[in-house]
Design a protein around this ligand. Structure first.
Ligand SMILES: *Cc1c(COP(=O)(O)O)cnc(C)c1O
Length: 396
């Protein structure tokens, strides 16, 4: 009796900060989970203010997922149905899904060997038919935002950043997600901040914040409860549909005290990554992508390419040998129905072939580095991966 199972060492999440309990208890007392049901600042409003300050953005809107944040951002751009939106071919299925949800057509661009947008293919596909660009910092790898922003500005095309997995990662010293007109983040449990489900968008654009607040479901005059002063609300009043993608107070109360933990979580993630990257980099069989000059990453996982593995069977053998020693590796292109492999997005209106991205995903490994893993375990993890590759390559 009373025996609690010890938390699994390798589970993906940290405990929630005890500081969340005061707000959560108050919500139990009041029962008011609706963000607009509260007099004064609700936990959702406080989260928006705290998050905006932490990342250095003028405005923030918390919603029920990053997917919703991406959808609302696209809607606020006023794109016509059928508008063409560039996205990277290496991203999570949520990204093309949000584009389709917004009645737009995703145009997939190849990924380079460093897991970032292939700028040649980007330039080739960025013709007059393109109405918006949505860049996903997949697994926290930031593409060359200087080049992407310059190309968008030159054509007067809006840029949205999916920074769902890049909180704490910076470009030129600023939080990622602040280069584009809108930046979107996720609070899904396996991201840096954990609300179970949730997301937030940030922007410096008064028109975008006014529209997204109304679109998210601030019906009637609930927008007056946002600390945003803009005549754009009066303009958009009653002209936009309400999609009801609001965040509730309980999710906000849980995530609010985690914002102060961003620097610690980022520092620890970088240390875990550095340790495993160093072990893998000493072996000849792995290519660990390097950060771009203006990028400072905030990794919670490691991705690496397999070098000299000519056949898929060798890769499968490698995965099996690592698994036999307790290390579960994913190769994006080899696990069945992987949501990050573009050929599994059968819901797309246009199926494109992207040979570079396909080849990359067939040889790119993905491995979580969970916060609860200590230095000793991380060493073992790295050694197991090296040993598994050594065995496969010895039997070549
Ligand atoms: C998690 C994630 C999303 C989706 O976030 P949700 O909050 O689950 O909608 C989108 N893009 C990337 C890169 C992600 O990692």
């Amino acid at each position: 009796m009373g025996d609690q199972a010890a938390p699994a060492k390798h589970q993906m999440t940290e405990p929630l900060p005890a500081a969340a309990r005061a707000d959560v208890d108050a919500l139990f007392e009041s029962g008011e989970l609706f963000r607009y049901g509260v007099e004064g600042d609700s936990p959702v409003t406080r989260l928006e203010r705290t998050f905006a300050e932490a990342v250095g953005a003028p405005f923030a809107l918390a919603v029920n997922s990053c997917s919703s944040a991406l959808f609302l951002s696209l809607k606020a751009l006023g794109l016509e149905p059928g508008a063409r939106v560039i996205i990277p071919a290496f991203t999570f299925a949520a990204v093309p899904s949000a584009v389709i949800h917004a009645d737009c057509v995703p145009v997939l661009v190849e990924t380079g060997p460093d897991l970032r947008l292939d700028l040649d293919d980007f330039t080739r596909k960025f013709d007059d038919s393109i109405d918006a660009v949505l860049i996903s910092h997949m697994r926290g790898h930031i593409s060359d935002m200087d080049a992407i922003k310059a190309a968008c500005d030159a054509r007067g095309v809006p840029l949205i950043e999916d920074a769902a997995h890049a909180l704490g990662a910076t470009w030129r010293g600023r939080q990622s997600g602040l280069v584009g007109r809108v930046g979107c983040f996720s609070f899904q449990s396996h991201k840096l901040l954990n609300a179970g489900e949730g997301g937030i968008l940030v922007t410096a654009d008064e028109d975008i914040i006014a529209q997204t607040i109304l679109l998210s479901g601030a019906y009637e005059h609930n927008w007056t409860k946002h600390p945003v002063v803009s005549d754009r609300f009066a303009y958009w009043q009653n002209r936009l549909p309400h999609y009801n993608m609001r965040m509730n107070n309980l999710s906000a109360a849980v995530v609010l005290p985690q914002v102060a933990e961003i620097p610690r979580r980022v520092a620890e993630g970088r240390a875990r990554y550095g340790q495993v990257a160093a072990i893998l980099s000493r072996a000849p069989w792995f290519d660990v992508p390097r950060a771009l000059p203006h990028e400072h990453r905030a990794p919670d996982s490691i991705q690496f390419g397999l070098v000299g593995f000519e056949h898929d069977d060798q890769v499968r053998d490698f995965i099996a040998r690592a698994a036999a020693r307790g290390v579960k590796l994913d190769v994006f292109g080899l696990s069945a129905d992987n949501a990050r492999a573009f050929w599994n997005w059968k819901f797309l209106p246009e199926q494109a072939e992207l040979p570079k991205t396909r080849a990359l995903l067939m040889r790119s490994c993905d491995l979580r580095l969970p916060p609860r893993m200590n230095a000793e375990e991380l060493d073992v993890l790295g050694d197991v991966i090296v040993a598994a590759a050594a065995e496969v390559m010895a039997g070549r």
